[in-house]
Design a protein around this ligand. Sequence first.
Ligand SMILES: [Zn+2]
Length: 219
Amino acid sequence: MRSFLRKIYNKFKHVNVIMAHHVCDDEPIIPSCIISKEGFREYVSGKKFVSIDTALRSISKNNKSYILTVDDALDDLYTEIYPVCKANGIPFTAFISVDLIDKEGYITTEQLVEMAGDPLVTIGSHGCTHIKLNECDDDQARYEIMESKSKLEKTIGKEVLAYAYSNGVASKRDIKLVKKAGYRYGFGVIPRKCNVISLMFDRFLLPRYNLDNNTVQKI
Ligand SMILES: [Zn+2]
């Protein structure tokens, strides 16, 4: 984005969408995207977190608040992130790759159902297998986007309205499929404020800031 356009863009009221993965102090499955337990606790304390729907339906009322999203359904979502959020009343959205549930290192179906029943937690889809959509033919892209929604909804008994693209990769075809499937929002990994302009033009590829040990001071 050109600098003068960025200046205009930054003048709008906004929310910051945060994307976390691993919260742990030791060796995780995915070696990048890690924040320490203490780093995570410190980061979330004192910030105003709002659920996706509340924040995006009325950005002006929730100006400068935060949306916490957690990708991949890794087991520390349940053992580390959920307890901290629950203790502090922090709403968050967990983006689940549904075929990875119950695999080693990931949350279980039971844990997913328990979290989905908590009003603090919104469940979103992160595809079925976590494959990047640019590696998928049309049938597989449809499977990732459409089937993940129906499998998750069947498991949790609630509508799934947000989709996060694996590695933030989304083509026009994928965005079209996300709309067609009936999602209300799609999320990528472009690190930018989320405002009315984003909602108008990028509702199906909304920006997010990655939260890890390297970025925690900056976002
Ligand atoms: Zn992911």
